[in-house]
Design a protein around this ligand. Structure first.
Ligand SMILES: Cc1cc2nc3c(=O)[nH]c(=O)nc-3n(C[C@H](O)[C@H](O)[C@H](O)COP(=O)(O)O)c2cc1C
Length: 68
């Protein structure tokens, strides 16, 4: 996860909130993002995320809609 996002999330109180990880990538998928979120968003509920390959973005609308 970009460090800027880590810093922003650490500063936010997301207690009781739902956090839904989403990323584009080139092979790493969600990587360690779900585990990172569990650590830096205590009290938040981290739900199943979605990772879309950059080259598949233009054909992934239905995947995103299903996930939403
Ligand atoms: C600095 C930087 C490092 C990245 N490193 C990785 C990586 O190691 N693995 C990966 O799957 N995606 C990585 N990405 C993300 C992909 O490059 C990117 O999500 C993908 O090419 C889609 O392009 P987009 O930025 O237009 O969404 C990185 C992106 C940036 C900006």
């Amino acid at each position: 996860m970009p460090e800027e996002l880590v810093t922003a999330l650490k500063d936010a109180d997301l207690t009781g909130k739902i956090v839904r990880p989403f990323t584009t990538h080139e092979g790493s998928g969600l990587g360690s993002i779900p585990n990172q979120l569990e650590t830096i968003c205590p009290g938040a509920s981290i739900t199943e995320g979605l990772a879309i390959m950059g080259s598949s973005v233009n054909s992934s609308k239905s995947r995103v809609e299903d996930w939403i």
